[in-house]
Design a protein around this ligand. Structure first.
Ligand SMILES: [Zn+2]
Length: 164
């Protein structure tokens, strides 16, 4: 025994610790345990041998860019929209050039949009967002009070119209 694996762990404990590091047990065979990264479409895997199972065999979380869909985010203004797209590009490990190429946009569009130097048209914005795994949609939200008042006032006016 070299002792390089640190304190031995049992399989359950080891799996739990690996899960905390975002690795999921994919299969075990003949003393070899294969863990895969839990993120969508990620090709990373780690093989751990039974007799090496210990603290020092625990893998660090995968560092590859991950493409999992992200949660809905409210866009409160133009700046926050640009910021969401910039962050997403970085999470995916893409350069501005990569995104321009993939979106079919000409050079400098993304750089200038991200820096606020240039405002984009909606079709360009849509191409940019689609490339990063977003689509544009209008989400339902409550109709504001002032609009409800207008609707009620109009209904009231209609009812006040004298009948012949
Ligand atoms: Zn991964």
């Amino acid at each position: 025994m070299s002792g390089k694996s640190g304190l031995p762990m049992n399989l359950d404990e080891f799996i739990r610790e690996m899960q905390r590091r975002q690795w999921v047990l994919w299969g075990s065979r003949e003393g070899r345990h294969v863990f895969i990264c839990r993120h969508d479409n990620c090709p990373s895997s780690v093989v751990v041998l039974d007799d090496k199972m210990g603290k020092s065999a625990l893998a660090r979380p995968c560092k590859l860019p991950h493409t999992d869909p992200i949660a809905d985010q409210a866009v409160v203004n133009y700046h926050s929209l640009v910021e969401i797209l910039r962050r997403r590009r970085q999470e995916l490990g893409l350069s501005q050039d990569d995104v321009e190429y993939a979106a079919g946009l000409s050079i400098d569009h993304i750089g200038k949009a991200e820096s606020g130097e240039r405002s984009l048209t909606l079709p360009t914005f849509t191409a940019w967002a689609n490339t990063l795994g977003f689509d544009f949609r209008l989400a339902p939200a409550p109709v504001p009070d002032q609009v409800i008042k207008v609707i009620q006032a109009k209904a009231g006016n209609t009812m006040k119209v004298p009948l012949d």
